[in-house]
Design a protein around this ligand. Sequence first.
Ligand code: SAM
Ligand code: SF4
Length: 313
Amino acid sequence: MKDRYKREISYMRISLTDRCNFRCLYCMPADGIEKCSHDDIISLEEVEKIVRAAATLGIKKIRLTGGEPLVRKGIVSLCEKISKIPGIEEICLTTNGALFKDYAKALKDAGVGRVNFSLDTLDPEKFKKISRGGDLKQTLAAIDEAISLGFKVKINAVLIGGFNIDDIEKLVDYTKDHDIQVRFIELMKMGQTINWDQKNFVSNNIVLEKLPDLEEVKTDGVAKVYKMPGHKGTVGLISPISSCFCQDCNRIRLTADGKLKPCLHSNREISLKGLDGDDLLAALKEGIYDKDKSHHLVDGTTDTKRFMNTIGG
Ligand code: SAM
Ligand code: SF4
């Protein structure tokens, strides 16, 4: 289905939980946030019902995210069910990787094809610091496991001025022998980062300044894709601030408490919990059609009051 600006909306990102086993500095406060109560969290049966309805409107790609999606019990059987829904062509996962090895084979068998791992640095101490306690070895082992099982793998690195600019080269080096995409994402000012100093917000142009040999190869959804000559993998730049991609946005989001969120940065939400049949379809259609034209991040403002872990990135 197209929205009022003629964008074809085919991608739904679902936050399965607001809970997480990490506490990344830019995503959640150290002591967590007030968690949604069990009654507020959307049930997996409702998620399946919403995906089934959304598929009839042209949603083809589903990404499960969070919080940390792998802390949600029942995720494997949800994937099995979603993979059988007519019209759904792809199931993807975004994870910090800590629990991935325990689920990898089952997720593959359940129809998950792509996995994005969050990895902002290859330095164990810095990794521990940014995630407030994460173990780099676990995430790297998870990435190896995903590659060996045949998942299509991407690494998401959020660029933070004063923290991981020195890691850009090492992260790009990782694509030398790994046929994966390392994607640099501009830090967004919302939730946990709303009062961060402007020096922490860095344009993705810095990647091209540091590595002038990168050759642009294509545009892939929201990412501009580059390649270092001779490397097996690629480098993606996702630049919501320095190079707004709203005009090509094809996504809607479902929050962990069951709200349809047409735009990441808008406060407009439509509750889908408890809706069935025509009511559910009407709510989905309304959300898609009235999707916001653009975010307001260029001038540094976001409308959403939410923290990233309730939306899923
Ligand atoms: N826990 C999973 C993970 O970390 O991959 C999935 C959820 S996490 C909220 C999804 C993505 O959002 C991660 O890649 C994370 O780096 C990104 N993210 C969180 N806060 C962000 C912010 N303020 N700006 C840009 N990206 C952010
Ligand atoms: Fe958890 Fe992902 Fe947020 Fe880090 S970015 S705190 S891993 S939800």
